[in-house]
Design a protein around this ligand. Sequence first.
Ligand SMILES: CC(C)(COP(=O)(O)OP(=O)(O)OC[C@H]1O[C@@H](n2cnc3c(N)ncnc32)[C@H](O)[C@@H]1OP(=O)(O)O)[C@@H](O)C(=O)NCCC(=O)NCCS
Length: 294
Amino acid sequence: MAVSDAAAAAPRRLERLQPRDAEGLCALSIEAGWNQVAADWRLMLDLGWGYGVRGPRGQWIASALALPLGPTISWISMVLVTQPARGHGLGTHLLTRCIAEVEASGAAAGLDATELGRPIYQPLGFRDVYPLSRWHAQQGLRHAVAPPGGIVVRAATPDDLQRICAYDRSRSGFARSPIVTHLLTRAPALARIAERADGTLAGYALGRDGYRALHVGPVVAEDQATGLALLSSAFAGADRPLIVDVPDRHGEIRRWLEQQGASAPRGYMRMLRGGSTRIDDGAHIFAIAGPELA
Ligand SMILES: CC(C)(COP(=O)(O)OP(=O)(O)OC[C@H]1O[C@@H](n2cnc3c(N)ncnc32)[C@H](O)[C@@H]1OP(=O)(O)O)[C@@H](O)C(=O)NCCC(=O)NCCS
């Protein structure tokens, strides 16, 4: 079924979500066992938009969000339906509404699909970009790997923000400076940069707190060795269990995570709908910001 047909087929009382809805919406992600906190919902609704459906007591029972990452791409996420309301078309309706609205704006829709979600997205016209694994690590991962010669990894400070934003744009292809700014302010203890002797950036790492674990990402760098030094340094500063979403192509990072006793019980597929749009192939992305932040 075409996206526009599916969206038209199930008229519902959809409400445009507001940043003030963040606390209430958080119950949906917690019920699903996800890691987002209200600050994540607020960020996504400050920078993006979405639709929700309320139950009889006014509580949110379903949601879907879209986060613009520049004029050519928006990220779809937080497609959630509370258990008792599942199986009645709400999830499909919200998802297709967001896709249709993204595409009406002239942008392509991207998302990170779970293994269960991928068979749903393929017939809707989404194509695979690259596979990722979600790694879980216990706290106590203390061993930071040294960066390649000539590069220093250190804590990032607010003075580094402009350079990090410019670097991120050039390597990830996403226009997401407000997200980078938010993460640096929100979790400075996880923020790192990799710097050469001449002061140019060779990479950065950011992260955030979460409901179940600290989330490390994005980690963007020139090469895998620098990415691993940044990731391991962020891990070494953490005092709680951690999660990180790593593109599968980065075998050195996967091996290091396995050596640390981390496990990857589930994977995602980065997917994109829209013929002409291209996104980065993950060569410089050693951890994504998260399936909800791209
Ligand atoms: C996935 C989910 C949103 C579907 O909501 P729903 O209202 O029950 O979905 P619908 O009634 O419209 O769709 C029916 C079918 O499509 C699937 N579906 C719809 N949207 C989906 C989505 N975004 N991802 C995965 N599966 C989806 C349903 O699992 C169901 O499959 P089935 O026919 O084989 O049983 C809901 O089960 C949920 O919140 N799950 C936990 C969170 C999650 O996995 N979200 C998707 C990843 S972003």
